[in-house]
Design a protein around this ligand. Structure first.
Ligand SMILES: [Cu+2]
Length: 482
């Protein structure tokens, strides 16, 4: 049986339609009782309902009866066990995103992690590191089935507590951004040009005129499973400092968030402290990315923390921030003009350590080339969709520092994700930069970027676009160690 067929047998178990475990909109800190760091966790994969609003209660697959799943709070370097029970009819994988752990527990089939069998269980044991805002999510393929993989409710925060907690704030909120009930469209509008920070050296002289295949879109959104206005507001007092941990758990959507009359003080990107914390009006958060930012509550009122796009807020992408004593309809004010640029938070100059070797990767789109869907390639090769074991394309030597020069020959912006290693962003839009450690980088249409990583975690390592449709249709490659 072909690998992808095996993963797709039987579809979803449609049993159990009861209203299970809606959760309050904000999985609240400050890090008090319910989520102190533990060493033993249980995740049960099963159908769940999510009450996005009173009139919109959806059915999906989730962890422990909720979506988002429970916040897993671990201590850095203290071994943990995560017992995963799979109540569905298909094999599952739980990927621990942003953790530097071995391939057999990373939760990616392509790296050799064994599946959690249908109606079976599997134990993941690992030592969490590094400290910071991580997350966990399913890592199965969806292909053309939008009820599978990261289109479902299988995601949650995973916090690794370490030594250097800044801690200087009054409240802490974990906000997971999502869209629901996705569908295919040939009129996918994207907002890629909003953030275009520079030259597009990969733009071809002659454009491909073949019509592209469909993209996945959605038009119902939530933060922590509640549409704007449906959940409890975040209640604040003037003068408070509120820490927000944002996670874009979407398989498709880029987010641009603002809180009118307030600034986000960005302290970490993908959970890793940035070398130059800075205050910004707008956050851009791509699929898979996290941003930790605190806000000084110094402008009383009832506000919408939401997406810049009016239509997206109208369809749920936001949460109300309410000052004590303030009343009235939540206010939105258009954000000042902005351009998101990672270098705002970087160290000046080039990376301190030069790479030992360079790897060049060109990402390209072959319009509608696979059964009507776009086929994605890395250096001309689409990741095979029907093989059980795919050989690695890039071979690493342990201890060496690699620079990956990524060339995006497509018009789309892509969230590029490296498993099991953190990378340093060393080049953006043709300029050297340093100091930002990430595991997902947004690579703009026809643009280039460079990332460095040290080969210090032997084993098969996946590198892919975090948009489910792109990765499923070829936008994925493997490293292994010699
Ligand atoms: Cu992509």
């Amino acid at each position: 049986m072909e690998r992808r067929d095996f993963l797709r047998i039987a579809g979803l178990s449609a049993a159990s339609g009861y209203l299970a475990g809606q959760q309050t909109q904000s999985i609240l800190g400050p890090s008090a009782a319910p989520d102190v760091a533990k060493t033993d966790f249980t995740l049960r994969i099963a159908p769940v309902t999510v009450e996005l609003s009173l009139s919109r209660i959806i059915s999906t697959i989730g962890y422990n009866g909720t979506s988002p799943g429970p916040l897993l709070r671990m201590k850095e370097n203290v071994p943990v066990t995560v017992n995963v029970m799979n109540d569905t009819d298909v094999p599952e994988f739980v990927h621990f995103h942003g953790l530097l752990i071995p391939s057999d527990v990373d939760g990616a089939e392509e790296e050799g992690t064994p599946p959690v069998p249908p109606h079976g269980s599997r134990r993941y044991q690992f030592t969490p590191t590094p400290a910071g805002t991580r997350w966990y999510h399913t890592h199965t393929m969806s292909m053309d089935d939008l009820h599978r993989g990261s289109y479902t409710g299988m995601f949650g925060f995973l916090i690794v507590e370490g030594g250097g907690n800044p801690g200087n704030y009054d409240q802490e909120h974990y906000l997971a951004l999502r869209d629901w009930e996705p569908y295919f469209s040939n009129q996918a509008m994207d907002n890629d040009d909003l953030d275009n920070p520079g030259p597009q050296p990969e733009k071809p002289a002659v454009m491909d005129t073949r019509p592209p295949g469909p993209e996945v879109i959605a038009d119902i959104y939530s933060i922590n499973g509640k549409m704007l206005g449906s959940g409890e507001p975040i209640r604040v007092k003037q003068g408070e400092r509120v820490m927000f941990h944002f996670l874009n758990a979407s398989a498709i959507e880029i987010r641009h968030l603002a809180l009118p009359s307030h600034k986000f003080n960005v302290i970490a990107s993908d959970g890793n402290p940035v070398p130059t914390p800075a205050a910004v009006d707008v956050l851009m958060i791509g699929p898979g990315e996290r941003v930790d930012a605190w806000v000084e509550m110094n402008h009383p009122g009832v506000w919408i923390l939401g997406d810049l796009a009016d239509d997206d807020r109208r369809h749920g992408m936001g949460i109300v921030v309410e000052y004590a004593g303030a009343k009235g309809t939540p206010q939105w004010v258009a954000a000042p003009a902005f351009k998101w640029n990672y270098t705002r938070f970087s160290k000046p100059g080039a990376a301190a350590t030069p790479p030992d070797e360079a790897i060049v990767m060109t990402f390209a789109k072959d319009n509608a080339a696979h059964e009507g869907f776009n086929l994605w390639t890395v250096n001309g090769v689409a990741f095979p969709m029907s093989e059980n074991v795919v050989p690695a394309s890039f071979h690493l030597k342990e201890g060496k520092r690699y620079r990956v020069r990524m060339r995006n020959a497509s018009d789309d912006i892509h969230p590029i994700h490296l498993h099991r290693h953190s990378f340093e962003v060393t080049g953006l839009a043709g300029k050297a930069t340093a100091g930002i450690l990430k595991d997902v980088l947004m690579l703009g249409g026809y643009q280039e970027a460079e990332i460095d990583f040290v080969a210090d975690n032997p084993g098969r390592t996946l590198f892919h676009c975090h948009q489910q449709l792109h990765m499923d249709f070829g936008f994925m490659t493997l490293f292994d160690y010699l």
